[in-house]
Design a protein around this ligand. Structure first.
Ligand code: NAP
Length: 276
């Protein structure tokens, strides 16, 4: 078994994820895994970094596929005995003018952004080594979507005692409510992506609390963040930041020094803790 520190970035064959891998290859003292659901796209991205003189390793990972997540878990357990840095970056968004029915957009978006990310956490968080760092890439849209929720929902999403099961029930209810076209009446905002990212931010707050309760002495720091508005296939060419600039906050959180005890359980953008 290798004693080399190891970092994993989900959805990193392009966009912000690829830029996070690029920065970690330069700054992280260990093995950096670029992961992709499609091995061809993943290997092409590894080759691109190699042309830049950087050495990333590849492992397949589709966060929609529990078998794929578990295969990565078993690989990390066997080869490294755990994991030092996990960046949950993989995500999807329908384009604004996409005509796919809203209920389908809700189901598909929540499936990857919330349930997929949660499944990765369920399988990989138990592997985190002491002083590990976990970064869940959310979005400022989670904050604006929170503001668009009913007072009752806002209270639940800001609660310091909400459980993961309760959050899962709420995310499931959103999808069900869109199918019945009652989501607005039920207090939800009209954004599937926004609700999925509320889920990611709240999940991060819950997971940080659980780490405090169960693994306080391990000094693991876990945060959600927004990369900013970044020129990728998701956000388009008008966005203000380059992918490398978008990677800065996630990488800052992934490389928090071992003597840091904060931020933890926060929502961070531009390296600054934001009020949730
Ligand atoms: P992107 O260019 O579309 O890249 C998304 C990445 O996620 C791709 O590598 C994609 O793989 C991967 N992915 C999607 N579904 C996956 C799955 N089921 N399993 C594994 N990988 C999967 O988007 P981006 O702008 O870099 O976004 C990265 C993250 O930042 C997302 O979580 C996004 O919500 C968040 N974010 C972006 C912005 C922005 O302005 N760009 C702002 C706020 C937050 P494929 O190539 O196979 O599709």
């Amino acid at each position: 078994m290798s004693n080399v520190p190891v970092a994993v970035v989900t959805g990193s064959n392009k966009g912000i994820g690829l830029a996070i891998v690029r920065a970690l290859c330069k700054q992280f003292p260990g093995d950096v895994y670029l992961t992709a659901r499609d091995p061809g796209r993943g290997q092409a991205a590894v080759a691109k970094l190699q042309e830049e003189g950087l050495r990333a390793l590849f492992h397949q990972l589709d966060i929609d596929d529990l078998q794929s997540i578990r295969a990565l878990r078993d690989f990390l357990k066997e080869k490294y005995g755990g994991l030092n840095v996990l960046v949950n970056n993989a995500g999807i968004a329908f384009k604004v003018h996409d005509t796919t029915p809203f209920a389908v957009q809700a189901e598909v978006t929540l499936k990857t952004n919330f349930f997929g990310t949660r499944n990765v956490c369920t399988e990989l968080l138990p592997l985190m080594k002491p002083y590990g760092r976990v970064v869940n890439v959310s979005s400022m849209v989670s904050s604006s979507a929170l503001g668009g929720c009913s007072q009752e929902l806002q209270k639940k999403f800001r609660s310091d005692t909400i459980t993961e099961d309760e959050l899962v029930q709420l995310m499931t209810k959103f999808v069900e409510d869109t199918k019945k076209s009652v989501h607005e009446k039920e207090g939800w905002p009209n954004t599937a992506y926004g609700v999925s990212k509320i889920g990611v931010t709240v999940l991060s707050r819950i997971q940080a609390r659980m780490l405090n309760e169960k693994r306080k002495g391990d000094h693991i720091l876990l945060n959600a963040c927004c990369p900013g508005w970044v020129r990728t296939d998701m956000a388009g060419p008008q966005a203000t930041k380059s992918p490398d600039e978008g990677a800065e906050t996630p990488v800052y959180l992934a490389l928090l020094p071992s003597d840091a005890d904060a931020p933890h359980g926060q929502f961070v953008s531009n390296k600054t803790v934001r009020t949730w």
